[in-house]
Design a protein around this ligand. Sequence first.
Ligand SMILES: Nc1ncnc2c1ncn2[C@@H]1O[C@H](COP(=O)(O)OP(=O)(O)O)[C@@H](O)[C@H]1O
Ligand SMILES: [Mg+2]
Length: 264
Amino acid sequence: MTNRLIELRHVRKSFGSVFAVSGVSLHVDKGEVVGLLGDNGAGKSTLIKILAGVHAPTDGEILVRGAVVQNWSAARSRAAGIETVFQDRALCVQQSIVRNIFMGRELAGAFGFLRVAKQTQEAERLMREIGFTSKVFSPHSIVGQLSGGERQGVAIARAIYNKADLIILDEPTTALSLTETEKVFRFVRAVREGGRSILFIGHNIHHVYDIADRFIVLDRGRVVLEVARDEVASAEELISFMEGIAHPVAGKAMPFADKMRVLA
Ligand SMILES: Nc1ncnc2c1ncn2[C@@H]1O[C@H](COP(=O)(O)OP(=O)(O)O)[C@@H](O)[C@H]1O
Ligand SMILES: [Mg+2]
């Protein structure tokens, strides 16, 4: 029995002559939070669009639970249990929490009121599952009244409703305050406790450090470092590694030098 949920092997993606992702191998196991780090332009969004099936890889293999999946597509990604919360795809802020969770996949039923009652119940269950407990908000609250972190919670609840085993969050905390980031972290922890996996993308290490079990650092379309949380002494150590990659200084010692993948 393997714990491996999803694996990429030597995946490449080019746009014309530009390789946005050039030979990435990585995996996410069940119940694991993986932090995907990298500067702007490193290829993070392209990589998750590949996982989501938005882009087909130019090259390489995608394995789901140990088996290669051919003709990777958005439908196959969804069937594999991958749900992505995209940076640039907002919720419907003028709609309620319930409407947002069920958008496009409403429960069917002969009687409208029955369906609404069922959806409300299910929304309450999902919100509880991720630890979204509020005396102020109900499933009928309008999403526009929620804070940034709480909105991420609604998006995560929607992903769980859509039967996600792997939830990909593209820079979910980039525009958030520390308090709001903490809220998102709380949701992510609850999701992990439920046995699901999270791929958490960020370019600010402080936004990823406290939540990830493992870090993968991308640079110019390649994985330059993969390191378990307990092999990292502090966020500063990772920051210093990333600065060293962005601005190499001859003779300066790099953290994780022994773990760094050699770039061809
Ligand atoms: N649709 C596209 N067409 C052409 N180039 C693209 C496209 N998407 C991304 N790129 C390029 O690929 C590289 C990686 O971009 P991206 O995946 O968005 O990085 P990140 O999310 O890490 O900031 C960048 O150089 C970007 O300009
Ligand atoms: Mg991006």
